[in-house]
Design a protein around this ligand. Structure first.
Ligand SMILES: [Zn+2]
Ligand SMILES: [Zn+2]
Length: 345
């Protein structure tokens, strides 16, 4: 998530060390949606660069490699058989373990940068009854491997079976290159809107209590918290791939869709602004936007960026004191309304 330069430096984490628990806030407040008018060519180039580099290009590269080398042939996937379905399940488990560990091990096991650039001033919870086994990491691993990977794999298997049997309108790169690239380009944007549409309803009290509270047990998030969700939430979350059952697509579009939804959650819940490899080499995570959602619940339901749906509906919190104040006022007025309704009934 990009930030603007309006805010003064509020960085409390710069002096962080292992002894002092400090909370990192990005140097600048979070940016709202980009202004589309008047058109600024330099702004468009800048936005395009941040849209693609590094993460969306990385997800695309992984998708291509997995599609070419780690996916059974369409002829094999014409009929449901346990061998290729089990292969995809094992491949998805392995992908997740490798990718999430690249963030979890240095940041949370080796703690190579201590609290530097860490949004929350605590490590993952242990001996906390809010989590299964009273342990946040074990809880997150449980939901990820018993719910998330099976749901992800089920959507993937069904989608390949549909493609293999010609039930999905198929588009090839050679015949429709412009359309092919356009679908590839808008897939992450589509997922941004889809995420808001499935996320907002699960904050309604009934669904929150029974479904979304599993994910929100993680106020202080870690990379494994990303897919730690109730199965109902996962069925909604991964349903974004169904768009390729309707809109003419190539299997790589569906693969990118699933890869973004599965891998990006580790980055989005890393809990750190950056992974510092060594001086001058850093990997940006920059998801303070979603961290604020986990921290305060009542804001930032979307993914931000150009698809900052929160800005359209008044729930955008850019991390500034004014936005916090506005959010608090909204919560208090809602509580007062609920109380007065309770008294009058
Ligand atoms: Zn939520
Ligand atoms: Zn989350």
């Amino acid at each position: 998530m990009e930030t603007n330069d309006i805010a003064p430096n509020r960085n409390k984490g710069r002096t962080a060390d292992k002894e002092r628990r400090t909370e990192w806030q990005p140097v600048h407040f979070l940016q709202g949606p980009p202004k589309l008018w008047p058109i600024r060519p330099l702004g468009i180039v800048k936005w395009l660069y941040h849209y693609l580099v590094p993460w969306n290009l990385f997800y695309l590269a992984v998708s291509v490699v997995v599609m070419v080398y780690l996916t059974p042939s369409m002829a094999t996937m014409k009929t449901f058989r346990w061998d290729w379905i089990a292969f995809i399940f094992a491949r998805n488990c392995t992908l997740l373990i490798v990718f999430v560990s690249c963030l979890h091990v240095p940041l949370y096991v080796k703690k190579v940068q201590g609290f530097d650039r860490k949004y929350n001033g605590r490590w993952l919870a242990r001996n906390n009854p809010n989590f299964l086994f009273k342990n946040q990491l074990l809880d997150n691993l449980f939901w990820t491997f018993t719910s998330a990977v099976p749901v992800w794999t089920a959507y993937e298997v069904l989608t390949w079976w549909m493609f293999a049997n010609g039930y999905i309108p198929y588009v090839s790169l050679s015949e429709h290159p412009v359309y092919f690239l356009a679908v590839l380009f808008v897939t992450p944007l589509f997922l941004g809107v889809h995420f808001y549409l499935i996320h907002r309803p699960i904050h309604w009290p009934f669904l929150y209590r029974w479904v979304h509270s599993v994910h929100h047990a993680n106020v202080n998030v870690g990379p494994w918290s990303g897919l730690s969700m109730h199965p109902v939430e996962l069925i909604l979350y991964f349903s974004g791939v169904l768009i390729h059952w309707i809109v003419p697509s190539h299997p790589i579009h569906a693969m990118l869709n699933l890869m973004i939804n599965s891998l990006s959650t580790a980055k989005g819940h890393a809990g750190f602004e950056k992974l510092i490899i060594k001086d001058g080499i850093e990997i940006p995570m920059e998801d303070y936007y979603h961290y604020l959602h986990h921290r305060y619940f009542e804001c930032n339901y979307s993914v931000g960026g150009i698809m900052n749906v929160d800005a359209w509906f008044g729930t955008f919190n850019d991390g500034s004191p004014e936005a916090m104040e506005k959010m608090n006022r909204r919560v208090i007025s809602r509580q007062q309304k609920a109380q007065s309704e309770g008294q009058s009934s």
